[in-house]
Design a protein around this ligand. Sequence first.
Ligand code: FDA
Length: 386
Amino acid sequence: MAEYDAIVLGAGAAGLMCAAIAGQRGRRVLLIDHADRAGKKILISGGGRCNFTNLHTAPDRYLSQNPHFAKSALRRYTAQDFLDLVERHRIAWHEKTLGQLFCDGSARQIVDMLLDECDAGQVTLHTGRQIGEVEHADGRYRVGQDTAPALVIATGGPSIPKMGATGFAYDLARRFGLKVVEPRPALVPLTLPADQALFRDLAGVAAPVRARAGKTGFDEAALFTHRGLSGPAILQVSSYWRHGEDIAIDFLPHAATGWLAAAKRSHPRTTLRKLLSDTLPGRLAETLAEQLALPGELANLADRKLAEAEQRLAAWPFLPNGTEGYAKAEVTVGGISTADLSSQTMEARKVPGLYAIGEAVDVTGWLGGYNFQWAWASGWAAAQAL
Ligand code: FDA
């Protein structure tokens, strides 16, 4: 029987950060993971270069039933704090786009950095260990032969099960009476039904668009796939999309209102297809022009028809029939309800000593380093209270 001050379940992004900081604060910490090594998702993140944070981190870039919940942790442990840590470890980095920070070298450097930080905190790390039953009696949590007055759930969400992701966090939280907001795959490609098969012929074609689900829109690239739609703009809206709703794509997000009528006056002999192919990939321009069914020179087309075409191009509706599921989802929307947790410490309000951090909690960031920043910030916040 070994006694600790805290047992952290899950040696992913949030668990490693939490264990390291708590250890460095003098706590005796045990960190357990069933995988053969720590931080496996970090290793595959950002195409192997780990998009470890985002300079534009702000609470409104996170989805949660309580949009205020993430504020405290994100304010107390910022993107700059993590960047300072990265620089202390002399890891070279660059901003790719939109505030997204990546390693110049490899994601492995981030895992090694976190493991070094755990060493500095004298954290005991058990990888390749099944958690089994978790018991709670007399103010102590017991996992196998190990006990502690504090238990941190950091086992993430169920996205990418083949990497060892599970819904364990939700089962454990429910056992302790915490509510779980219905989880669903997010940052995930959307699939299209057969009647939109025309667009599947475009598989491989990408274009910068504005994609919208409800009121939320993202200006990034969309990619047509054999199964439907992907690319950053689509992954972003997938987190907001609900079954039965359509998404709208603006294929010319920078075109001014009335641009088609203006083109008719300035270039009356041109065609819609030619105009579209000036800004869009050829195959996409062709498909859209065919769908709009306005052949011939612009001079012969009524302004009203052109205005209708313009509107359609600005909000082309797609009705997805689903997503590619957890197998392809970068994250999970939903999770352990924030209503049951303290936003300062991540401790369960009604279960003293029980904490939940990272993706296991109902806080989900946009694509672009926001999810790791939540993992670092929530892990850090819990560590202050352990
Ligand atoms: P995380 O999943 O990292 O860790 C959970 C740990 O718990 C794992 O080590 C797992 O093995 C362990 N575990 C699970 N169930 C268990 C059980 N039953 N028993 C024992 N251990 C268990 N985000 C970002 O900000 N920038 C990026 O570049 C990317 N890129 C990216 C690419 C891909 C392909 C994916 C799938 C995801 C991303 N993400 C991302 C998202 C990011 O990886 C994710 O949000 C964080 O890893 C969440 O950190 P957690 O520590 O909460 O979970």
